[in-house]
Design a protein around this ligand. Structure first.
Ligand code: AGP
Length: 617
């Protein structure tokens, strides 16, 4: 997704803006740009396609741009090709073909999001004499601000407010007006934005890591709010133009938490943070045996149906949550892909609870699903990792996982933290509805998970060795039954999204209905066998594929040693309550994916075509 940064203070803005964009690279982008103003002089705009390093070279690491006020952007193309002329910042005047240089424009801005009605707005502006140099929606919104600013001879906040009323879509918008030196105006709807203050200077960014080196004191701007930002000052306004007061919040995790901590990749660092993240998330919700997820007890008693709605790995957490919740509470659970849920005309049970799971809290499909649920009057509960994110603030209640900033695109620690939240939800629900008489054994077992994960991580060299044999592997199958199938969903996604090896998770009992025809000599099949009552069944499926030439890896509980008569390579996981086995079995699968991708020389932390948070449809 796009990344935005901004700065106004007493130091040169260029280097600070570039540093911020570096910290946002993980969001995925294909071009970048800066606009810097020196006092009341017009803004200097510089853009480039490709990696940020090109922009750094063009601007001598920002030093070539004079001025203490500026904005920056990394663009993930949604409207218009990833060309230099389409890169942000965009201006209300004309931009030369080089897309760089001083611009005599009233308004200069950057934007993260999508303006859905930009075509009609462009036609309106064309009728009013505007011309366009790019094919972006952002240029339209910047020119629309300029249009209202001039037509009504109003101030920046009023011009932006009129624009916000007129546009449909999502935006985290930063704008500089030539008449207002040293000031940056921002507006937000659905896309993430954070504002930091320190030592008489003001910072803006899409996400916390971009400003953590400078400040931990931040404001969260709410949806449909604007702000006027000066050096060390932030003034917030609602859509009516009324000023609203906000509290500064302290960000708890430190700058190095967003760095690699000595590992080669963020992903490996985050894999190793899982024991602490599991413990932190658990302890944030459980004190002296009491589970508090911020959910009303009476409402939990009245629930007749649960819908878990999410995308990607968060969806896989939901599938595990379905098995665990139904088994512990008897309450029916449906798990839905958010991108489907938002368009299905499904009849929602009114006494239901919709649970939205999202690491970023900004996934467009999940946010839209949340709003769909609320529109239908259904109570919503979100499990989110990013504090102050849209889903967190729009759900009726939120439980924050304690994974800290997750930088690698392929989620690991956030996934594990979400699993803990799901287990606690199921246990709490069972406790409230008396389907669980004693939660103590379950909570005690959860307390042991961090050490068991730690033990699995000590086994990583075996996975590294096995991964070294997968260099030319194609078409891997992950098979399992019940909760093991849910674990396979995540194992398969991890492998394909960072190693680019095609894989798929399959319900082991379903293989014989067609897919087994794909099994041939040397095809790698990874069996997951953590559920005692399904072990024999899955084992027999593994024998079936072995007889057809498959090469077998197994992830099985300690003690299931008979598996070695069938599997060519086995990873044992410590015994745990079967409901929690996903937290352990996923570890070797994460490590296998990681080492396979590293072995293939892939960009593990920033896989091709992917973004950390998919904030567009
Ligand atoms: C998982 O490794 C992927 N990065 C992706 O599937 C991700 O889980 C999905 O896009 C949902 O993101 P969210 O949790 O931020 O909503």
């Amino acid at each position: 997704m796009c990344g935005i940064v901004g700065f106004t203070g007493h130091r040169q803005a260029g280097p600070i803006l570039l540093h911020g964009l570096e910290k946002l690279e993980y969001r995925g982008y294909d071009s970048a740009g800066l606009a810097v103003r020196n006092g009341s002089a017009p803004a200097e705009v510089v853009k480039s396609t490709g990696k940020l390093v090109k922009l750094e070279e063009k601007t001598d690491n920002g030093k070539a741009l004079e001025g203490c006020c500026g904005i920056g952007h990394t663009r993930w193309a949604t409207h218009g090709e990833p060309t230099q002329i389409n890169a942000h910042p965009h201006v209300s005047g004309n931009c030369t073909g080089s897309a760089s240089g001083t611009v005599e424009s009233e308004v200069v801005g950057v934007h993260n999001g999508i303006i859905e009605n930009y075509i009609e707005l462009k036609e309106k502006l064309l009728r009013h004499g505007y011309s366009f140099y790019s094919s972006t929606d952002t240029e339209v919104v910047i020119k629309l601000i300029d249009y209202y600013y001039k037509k009504y001879q109003i101030g920046p906040i009023d011009a932006i407010a009129k624009t916000m009323v007129r546009v449909r879509g999502s935006y985290a918008l930063e704008v500089m007006f030539s008449d207002y030196p040293n000031e940056i105006y921002v507006a937000r709807k659905d896309s993430p934005m954070i504002i930091g203050i320190a030592d008489g200077e003001t910072y803006i960014a899409s996400d916390v890591p971009a400003i953590l080196n400078y400040t931990r004191s931040v404001y969260y701007i709410d949806n449909l709010e604007m702000a006027r930002l000066l050096p060390g000052e932030a003034h917030f306004f609602n859509l009516n133009g009324d000023e609203v007061q906000k509290e500064l919040t302290e960000v708890t995790f430190s700058a190095e938490a967003a760095e690699k901590g000595g590992y080669e990749h963020f992903m490996m660092k985050e894999i190793h943070e899982q024991p602490r993240v599991i413990a932190d998330t658990l302890h944030s919700a459980v004190q002296n045996g009491i589970i508090d997820l911020g959910l009303d007890e009476e409402q939990l008693r009245q629930i007749r149906q649960i819908y878990i709605v999410a995308c990607g790995s968060a969806y896989h957490v939901g599938v595990i949550g379905q098995y665990v919740t139904e088994d512990l509470t008897g309450v029916p659970v449906r798990v839905e892909l958010a991108s489907e849920f938002r368009y299905r005309k499904m009849k929602l049970e009114k006494d239901a609870l919709v649970i939205i799971i999202s690491q970023s809290g900004e996934t467009a499909d999940s946010l839209a699903a949340l709003r769909e649920a609320k529109k239908n009057g259904i109570r919503t509960f979100s499990i989110v990792n990013v504090v102050g994110s849209s889903i967190a603030r729009e759900a009726d209640s939120v439980f924050y996982t304690k994974a800290g900033p997750e930088i690698a695109v392929a989620t690991t620690k956030a996934y594990s933290a979400q699993l803990i939240a799901m287990y606690l939800f199921a246990i709490r629900l069972g406790e409230v509805r008396d389907t669980i008489k004693d939660t103590k054994p379950l909570l005690e077992e959860l307390e042991k998970l961090p050490d068991k994960v730690e033990r699995l991580l000590e086994d990583k060299e075996r996975l590294q060795w096995f991964a070294s044999k997968l260099g030319n592997t194609k078409d891997v199958f992950y098979i399992g039954r019940g909760l093991d199938y849910a674990i396979c969903l995540e194992g398969s996604l991890k492998l394909k999204e960072i190693s680019y090896i095609h894989s798929e998770a399959y319900a082991a009992g379903e293989l014989k209905h067609g897919t087994i025809s794909l099994i041939e000599d040397g095809r790698l099949v990874i069996g997951c066998l953590t559920q005692p009552e399904l072990y024999e069944k899955t084992l027999s499926n593994m024998v079936e594929v072995k007889s057809r030439g498959a090469y077998l890896m197994a992830v099985a509980n300690y003690g299931y040693y008979s598996i070695e008569d069938t599997a060519d390579f086995t990873v044992y996981i410590p015994r745990t309550d079967p409901h929690f086995a996903g937290s352990l079995a996923v570890i070797p699968m994460q490590l296998l994916a990681y080492y396979t991708a590293v072995g293939r020389g892939e960009d593990v932390d920033k896989p091709r075509n992917l973004a950390k948070s998919v904030t567009v449809e």
